[in-house]
Design a protein around this ligand. Structure first.
Ligand SMILES: *[C@@H]1O[C@H](CO)[C@@H](O)[C@H](O)[C@H]1NC(C)=O
Ligand SMILES: *[C@@H]1O[C@H](CO)[C@@H](O)[C@H](O)[C@H]1NC(C)=O
Ligand SMILES: *[C@@H]1O[C@H](CO)[C@@H](O)[C@H](O)[C@H]1NC(C)=O
Ligand SMILES: *[C@@H]1O[C@H](CO)[C@@H](O)[C@H](O)[C@H]1NC(C)=O
Ligand SMILES: *[C@@H]1O[C@H](CO)[C@@H](O)[C@H](O)[C@H]1NC(C)=O
Ligand SMILES: *[C@@H]1O[C@H](CO)[C@@H](O)[C@H](O)[C@H]1NC(C)=O
Ligand SMILES: *[C@@H]1O[C@H](CO)[C@@H](O)[C@H](O)[C@H]1NC(C)=O
Ligand SMILES: *[C@@H]1O[C@H](CO)[C@@H](O)[C@H](O)[C@H]1NC(C)=O
Length: 395
């Protein structure tokens, strides 16, 4: 009797464990079980969308798995939210590749992979996202697709992924609250056009750290509507450096960026280091921005505020400007390859205020060169800088 009871108990336990496993697995969907082939040639977009519909439509915590050792070719597509699931983990174990320009769906040229309105999304994995950049860069058409677009994805996490050779931006983030990006690698050749690493706009509470970004354009571009952006331990280069802006392009709307904190980043062989750029005639402001502990290796223009951005020859006369204030450049060390070490070229209409330069030691990469410091319409304080900065007016 007792034996039977024990046996019964054991059987029930086994059944329960089995059920448990089954449930665990049913929260993970692999794209191949929806017909994705992953031979690098077949268009797997339909299978991906079917798999997405499955994970997006189920409650709880769901995982969409992109199997390893395979390359899935995808035409432009949208992973649309909102989803019933509380979180979706997009587990990129294998590679995803873009069709080249001639194979690209004709009507969808601006964006490749879009996540729209998906809350609590995690994109994670050692897989590589392969843009087809080289087939786009040469042509005159400037409408090239951004590789990954995240729109209205609150509480987003991107981790460990690699993106190479995007046709335009690697990653574009807009209207997202709460973004963590870590251990990502974004790579494109130095001379590839508009291949920004990360372009963020209309977003807040973003943390980017421990990442490598080497492209043909901005490493990170922080556009209008952003606040609370922290960037730490990022290696930039090649590329155009890390920029706030350009702001003020849309004359009707205010462009606002505030509370940006960049710490312990390296600019290796970049055209710029820390840069704020605004277009004359715009409105809004860029304020409370701190660049701290920055290492420069053969950087061209390490510190730039340019309020005359985008003027072809002379800037048109205007009565407004995006206001730049409380910007600190603290602890910049290393070498520059051009003489223009510090350029603070502010607007005649609204001068820059509370600009702080402290503990800066910038030397020419080649001995004997002299460094240039330019200030126009700037007020603030200077302490302990090489080269000497004597052109700021008092605050
Ligand atoms: C994934 O892409 C990387 C980099 O392009 C490559 O080294 C690797 O072999 C690819 N894996 C597969 C399964 O194609
Ligand atoms: C584009 O891809 C197609 C199919 O894979 C191939 O036949 C063609 O040669 C490719 N074109 C370029 C420019 O790479
Ligand atoms: C960056 O994003 C903003 C807003 O989405 C967009 O206007 C701008 O064109 C983007 N920049 C690039 C280089 O794609
Ligand atoms: C950014 O860093 C500041 C200062 O360390 C911190 O107060 C803030 O919470 C951070 N923001 C995010 C989004 O992590
Ligand atoms: C600064 O960033 C580098 C990576 O670029 C990292 O190795 C180092 O540990 C960081 N230093 C601190 C103090 O966090
Ligand atoms: C800077 O970039 C050059 C060229 O890519 C590379 O050889 C060098 O190792 C880099 N230096 C550091 C300190 O990362
Ligand atoms: C500052 O901007 C003005 C207006 O575009 C331009 O003429 C001048 O060359 C700039 N100065 C520097 C040093 O960049
Ligand atoms: C500048 O350097 C000095 C000496 O190392 C240090 O005491 C001070 O805190 C630094 N300033 C800032 C704002 O970090």
């Amino acid at each position: 009797m007792l034996q039977k009871l024990v046996l019964g108990f054991v059987l029930i336990c086994i059944a329960l464990i089995g059920l448990g496993n089954g449930q665990l697995q049913s929260n993970t969907v692999d794209v191949t079980s929806f017909g994705a082939v992953g031979d690098g040639k077949t268009d797997d977009s339909k299978a991906f969308l079917k798999a997405w519909a499955k994970v997006c439509g189920k409650k709880g915590s769901q995982t969409l798995q992109i199997s390893h050792d395979k390359t899935f070719k995808l035409q432009p597509l949208v992973f649309q939210g909102p989803c019933k699931s509380t979180t979706i983990s997009f587990q990129l174990l294998g590679n995803i590749s873009a069709p080249n320009k001639s194979e690209w769906a004709k009507d969808k040229k601006e964006k490749w992979i879009i996540f729209n309105g998906v809350k609590n999304l995690i994109v994670d994995g050692s897989g590589v996202i392969q843009g087809s950049g080289s087939t786009w860069w040469k042509g005159k058409d400037s409408r090239r697709p951004t590789s990954l677009t995240f729109k209205s994805c609150n509480n987003l996490q991107l981790k460990s992924i690699t993106s190479i050779n995007s046709a335009r931006n690697h990653i574009s983030i807009s209207s997202c609250i709460g973004v963590t990006i870590s251990y990502v690698t974004l790579i494109a050749p130095k001379d590839s056009p508009n291949t920004d690493g990360i372009n963020v706009s209309g977003s807040s509470q973003m943390n980017l750290f421990d990442s490598i970004i080497g492209t043909g354009d901005d490493c990170v571009a922080i556009n209008g509507g952003c606040s609370g952006i922290n960037i730490t331990n990022v290696k930039c280069g090649p590329g155009h450096g890390l920029s706030v802006g350009s702001l003020g392009k849309r004359k009707t709307d205010e462009d606002i960026v505030e509370h940006v904190y960049v710490k312990n980043c390296t600019f290796n062989g970049t055209q710029n280091g820390a840069r704020i750029k605004t277009v004359p005639g715009g409105t809004g402001y860029a304020k409370n921005i701190l660049f701290e502990d920055i290492t420069l290796i053969n950087t061209e223009n390490p510190i730039v505020i340019d309020q005359h951005y985008g003027c072809k020859n002379d800037c048109p006369l205007t009565t407004s400007a995006v206001e730049v204030s409380n910007v600190k450049f603290i602890g910049f060390h290393g070498s520059v390859v051009k003489e223009a070490a510090i350029q603070l070229n502010c607007s005649e209409v609204k001068r820059c205020n509370d600009i702080v330069l402290e503990n800066i030691s910038i030397v020419p990469a080649e001995e004997g060169e002299t460094l240039e410091v330019v200030c126009n319409n700037v007020g603030g304080t200077v302490q302990n800088t090489i080269p000497l900065v004597s052109c700021l007016s008092k605050p």
